[in-house]
Design a protein around this ligand. Structure first.
Ligand SMILES: NC(=O)c1ccc[n+]([C@@H]2O[C@H](COP(=O)([O-])OP(=O)(O)OC[C@H]3O[C@@H](n4cnc5c(N)ncnc54)[C@H](O)[C@@H]3O)[C@@H](O)[C@H]2O)c1
Length: 278
């Protein structure tokens, strides 16, 4: 996973409403909240669980504003979310004392939203892959194309690519999986019925629909895309060049959709356990 820096998340709180309404909706036909509900299993989930966003200072250290921006993203999708004043263990204690339902925190290796008393959890990698796959699926349908039997290029076989490929295969598409690490891609294909292994680097231009879960930026250029190409790209940095993004539809944000999907996955899982709505 690429580590985010402050400039990646700078002023998400000020941009998120316009981004969701004017860009994301025009790309997918839906809001990020609606996509997250679909990714979480469908149904209109009420944002009934409160969230404490806790800053972690260990490891490589704090990403300035990370907890605050996550709280803003969650508030945008209707959640009662608050950045804790205290950090690290004291922040967790503050969350318990404020009777928050869920805690969101990240260190260098794990980014998780989990119950503070509720036995629910959503991992950011899994939620991001699922959310971006749902966004791609909805964008394809929004353009009037079928998903069933549709070949979709999935680049990267880490946690994000794996979750995306699973979602797409379960939705009836054919994930065509490529990773620089061939063994990793082959392992994924063995796990996902209906997926295909690409053993050599694909010609990007041969695919209309691409899910990028790599760590490589600026790999897909203007010559590789048309106005019909849709690239759903959680990968940081973005795989599409600025020139390509002027031609194709490129769904990309550094944090927002993944975090909103984490929240709605927790709501769905809490609902399955009989808490709140479902
Ligand atoms: N936008 C978000 O909200 C969000 C959230 C989580 C992760 N991410 C990003 O998503 C990406 C994937 O995350 P991850 O945890 O699965 O990462 P990972 O590092 O575990 O896996 C990435 C995989 O991509 C492969 N890869 C790298 N460059 C490639 C290329 N050019 N072609 C094919 N394969 C290539 C690597 O071999 C690796 O297996 C990362 O860039 C991460 O930072 C974004």
């Amino acid at each position: 996973m690429t580590r985010l820096v402050h400039k990646d998340i700078f002023e998400i709180n000020k941009r998120i409403k316009a981004y969701d309404q004017e860009i994301f909706r025009s790309q997918t036909g839906r809001s990020m909240r609606e996509i997250a509900c679909i990714a979480a299993g469908g149904g209109d989930l009420k944002p009934s669980l409160s969230v404490a966003c806790v800053t972690v200072t260990g490891g490589l250290g704090e990403i300035t504003d990370f907890a605050g921006m996550n709280a803003a993203i969650l508030r945008h999708c209707g959640a009662d979310a608050e950045e804790m004043k205290c950090r690290d263990v004291a922040g967790i204690q503050e969350a318990f004392r404020k009777r928050k339902d869920l805690i969101l925190m990240a260190d260098d290796d794990v980014f998780s939203l989990f119950g503070a008393g509720l036995a629910v959890e959503s991992d950011n990698g899994d939620a991001t892959g699922t959310g971006y796959a749902a966004a791609l699926a909805e964008a394809i349908k929004h353009r009037g194309f079928p998903l069933e039997g549709q070949k979709i290029l999935v680049l990267g076989g880490g946690p994000v690519g794996r979750a995306a490929a699973v979602y797409l295969a379960e939705a009836g598409a054919i994930p065509c999986i490529y990773d620089l690490d061939l063994e990793k891609a082959a392992g994924l294909v063995r796990l996902i019925p209906g997926s295909l292994l690409l053993e050599i680097e694909p010609e990007y231009g041969r695919y209309s629909f691409i899910l990028d879960a790599t760590t490589t930026g600026d790999q897909i250029g203007a010559k590789d895309v048309s106005k019909d190409t849709i690239i759903s790209a959680p990968g940081v940095p973005c795989i599409a060049t600025e020139e390509a993004a002027k031609i194709a539809t490129v769904i990309h944000n550094p944090l927002e959709l993944g975090v909103i999907t984490m929240y709605y996955q927790c709501l769905a899982r809490a609902g399955e356990m009989g808490y709140g709505n479902s």
